[in-house]
Write a protein that binds this ligand. Structure first.
Ligand code: NAI
Length: 340
């Protein structure tokens, strides 16, 4: 296969980044089709990205004879149905996280994925493809931190992103703070420890944006987790970081500890002015993870060409969603929830 011909569904906050990468930054990929409800987005894809086929219906796009693969960046609730449809059409599938919002729906989807072992399925846990996380993972796997005892994760969106989040959550179900945001941290906890989460205690508070109450969304949530081997994990997720996009991870082991992005620095610049010594910070996910988004898509295309499956697949989606749902249930019931 010379070029992998890809169709993308969703050209919104993240879809545009994946579309640009597939059209311009991933050798061996060709973005031929795009699907969105928004006419302007389809016009943009034709004009700027050289897309030749545009659709308002995913089903119609998946039926195109000119595709080898799809990239699913639609709202989270659509993922399972679109994954199944594409798999059944013989297409390779990259899907954004979360894999779905409902466990039964995800399990049904996993059956379809399993029934098509020669098609690649990859889930968008892009942090695993970030250079700093890969560096940390290598240290952990080599035993340099000893046995892990605590993992602490912060995933806090910038206050400046609130308006676009409110639109996103109005248009479709985000799945709630833990399925939408903490899912990346839950995946990291599982990735670093190679263990599953057995019980969670989560809580939340809306102080900065009471309007989120109307959407049944949390502004800030926190969770304490126990893993199957008694390793502890602590998560903080939120939508109100005044300084930018704060994604930080700490690993504490018996021989040492490390932090990834203890301060979410944008680059190596320090500004000295009337505010003191100021380190500019990352402002949003496309900026912080721009390389990781390219690396994960290169991996997807390589897997298709080399006929192999990527490291991050459907089971990672299922397990992390189970934990995220348990966190949401724990907030609602105000009690510890076992993850089954
Ligand atoms: P968005 O609301 O900005 O854009 C949604 C896009 O999907 C629009 O182009 C819309 O026209 C299209 N769409 C909606 N329903 C559709 C349907 N049934 N058929 C075809 N097209 C449809 O959404 P956003 O923020 O880009 O999120 C999309 C997905 O990406 C979500 O699942 C979200 O969880 C995930 N995401 C992942 C991030 C990461 O860090 N990996 C960051 C942001 C979003």
């Amino acid at each position: 296969m010379n070029e992998v011909r890809v169709g993308i569904v969703g050209l919104g906050r993240l879809g545009r980044t994946h579309a640009i990468n597939l059209a311009q930054n991933v050798p061996g990929a060709k973005l031929v089709a795009a699907c969105s409800f928004v006419e302007d987005e389809l016009e943009y894809a034709k004009r700027e990205l050289g897309v030749t086929e545009t659709y308002k219906s995913f089903e119609e796009m998946a039926a195109s004879p000119n595709l080898d693969a799809v990239c699913i960046v639609s709202p989270s609730g659509y993922h399972p149905e679109q994954i199944r449809l594409a798999m059944e059409k013989g297409l390779h599938v990259f899907s954004e996280k979360p894999i779905g919002l409902d466990i039964e729906d995800i399990e049904k989807t996993m059956e379809v994925i399993k029934a098509h072992p020669d098609q690649v399925f990859q889930l968008g846990f892009m942090r695993r493809y970030d250079e700093s996380y890969q560096y940390a993972k290598k240290m952990v796997d080599e035993g340099q931190l000893g046995e892990l005892t605590v993992v602490r994760c912060y995933g806090i969106d910038p206050s400046s992103g609130l308006e676009s989040f409110v639109n996103f959550a109005r248009n479709s179900n985000s799945g709630g703070l833990f399925s939408d945001m903490s899912i990346h941290d839950i995946d990291l906890v599982r990735w670093f420890t190679k263990k599953e989460v057995s019980r969670v205690w989560a809580m939340g508070k809306n102080a900065a944006y009471p309007e989120l109450d109307e959407l049944n969304e949390l502004e800030t949530g926190a969770a304490m987790m126990q893993l199957e081997d008694k390793t502890m994990a602590i998560l903080v997720a939120g939508r109100n970081a005044a300084h930018g996009y704060h994604v930080e991870t700490e690993l504490i082991g018996t021989k040492g500890m490390l932090r990834v992005a203890a301060a979410p620095e944008k680059n190596l610049v320090t500004v000295f002015d009337e505010n003191g010594a100021v380190r500019p910070t990352s402002q949003n996910f496309p900026e912080r993870f721009s390389d990781a988004f390219v690396h994960e898509m290169k991996e997807f295309i390589s897997c298709i060409k080399e006929k192999r499956q990527p490291e991050v697949g459907a089971i990672d989606g299922l397990q992390s969603t189970k934990v995220a749902i348990a966190c949401q249930q724990s907030v609602e019931a105000n009690q510890i929830v076992e993850v089954k």
